[in-house]
Ligand binder design. Sequence first.
Ligand code: SAH
Length: 388
Amino acid sequence: MSRTLKPCPVREVCGGCQLQHLTYRKQLEFKLEKARREVGSFGSVDEIIGMDDPYFYRNKVQISFGYDYKGRVLAGNYVTSTHTIVPVKQCQLADKKANDIFNTIISLQKSFRLSVFDEHAMQGFLRHVLVRTSSDGEEVMVVIVAGSPIFPKKNGFINALLDKHPYITTIVLNVNNRRTSMILGDRSMVLYGKGYIEDELLGYTFRISPSSFYQVNHVQTEKLYRLVSEFAQLKKEDVVMDAYCGTGTIGITLADQCKEVLGVEINKEAVRDAGKNARINGISNISFYCDDAGKYMVRMALQKQKVNVVIMDPPRAGSDEKFLSSLIRLNPDRIVYVSCNPVTQKRDLKYLTARGYKVKKIKAVDMFPFTEHVECVALLKRIEQEVK
Ligand code: SAH
């Protein structure tokens, strides 16, 4: 399918690339099989849409800092589901610029003698570094996540980083001094540039702040959103709901095909970005609400709002009963369910198909080559509608 890189030297310990031992074609077969196993009972999973070049695709990458048992500084990836750090020099999933920036920051930490955050003692400075890049490589954001807002030798450090990587367009300091497995804390300060990056997707421009959700694989996101559009079959008079909308990307790319779009999302920063994204793209028939999608749906159902199409893209845990029961009451003609976890999608499809909906099509998309994850998109239609 495409050139194969040398096996990663830390593949046995890192755990990030669970399917590294398989050729890309075999990975796709494995994922298609997985999708079929979980959701195949609702309809045939016709195909999996893969990548031509499945390497270096992640536009958002992070490394973590810590200590080994001898008290030496470590920097790299967390071993899956643990807080053990494995040093990684060249991650083959990560954007290449991000890999280079990480290596520079690892050496600057030493030369500037920056302290590293100790998760046990809950003290120290450097905790994680997050890099986000735009798909054309023009914009690069570095987020330095630290245990304290006091950045020793800040100007020298920032200048040294920019000297080495003049293409960095913004640097943000984020403070996270809580005992948590979340990477980012609540407080951010812009140290350089505008504090966010902009990326282009299907001809639209999107603004992305440090904590906003944004799909990590640009090439595959365009394919995924095209599939959503194909499944939704929007008409000019349709009112569409984009549930779990992140920075509004799906809704914005569909807005010119329908009458109105309502987006709901729980993360404040993402909703703020979504509103700005609508303006940047000159779209006026879309509104965004910051709320729990379930609660918002309950209110919509109580107000008997008319929605023709619901696009839902929940996190790995899937949707909840509140959301799904209101979805049934809202009674849209079509539901497009985008899922990054076929196990919870199966549970939710079971709920919906027991209450008047039928799965018409399912396709899988490979958003994360080399990992075991598979994205599934299902189109559901209301059954009564077919009888009419
Ligand atoms: N559709 C978007 C985002 C999908 S990721 C895209 O393609 O980019 C899932 C999103 O759901 C995240 O932005 C997350 O913040 C949001 N989310 C998680 N739980 C939620 C909830 N209970 N209600 C609303 N949004 C939620």
